[in-house]
Design a protein. Structure first.
Length: 104
């Protein structure tokens, strides 16, 4: 019999994720793991949310981007390899924080 898995970590807060790159990476890793857990064996077309890209300012999953980075010619790649414009920036960070790539 396999022993149960127990998570012994605390997810970084929004403030930590905005101030520390390692916290953003840790949060993004959790997002990827959670998506894989929730949709194990579920066909892509039946998944009700998808992993796209990590927000450059907080690490949250987003399909949104920084308009200033787009105007400056930046781009990023979604988790499945598609090239998208700008830098990934969630709507929350766009509204009340700055893009850590361009500072806008």
């Amino acid at each position: 019999m396999q022993a149960p898995t127990i998570d012994t970590f605390t997810l970084p807060t929004l403030a930590q994720r905005r101030n520390e790159r390692a916290a953003r990476v840790a949060y993004w890793s959790w997002v990827l793991t959670e998506h894989a857990r929730q949709f194990q064996g579920v066909p892509f077309e039946l998944q009700d949310w998808r992993v796209i890209a990590a927000c450059v300012s907080c690490g949250a999953n987003t399909g949104n981007w920084c308009d200033t980075c787009e105007l400056q010619g930046r781009h990023f790649y979604a988790s499945w390899g598609q090239q998208l414009v700008g830098s990934p920036l969630c709507t929350r960070c766009e509204a009340d924080h700055v893009c850590l790539v361009c500072g806008a």
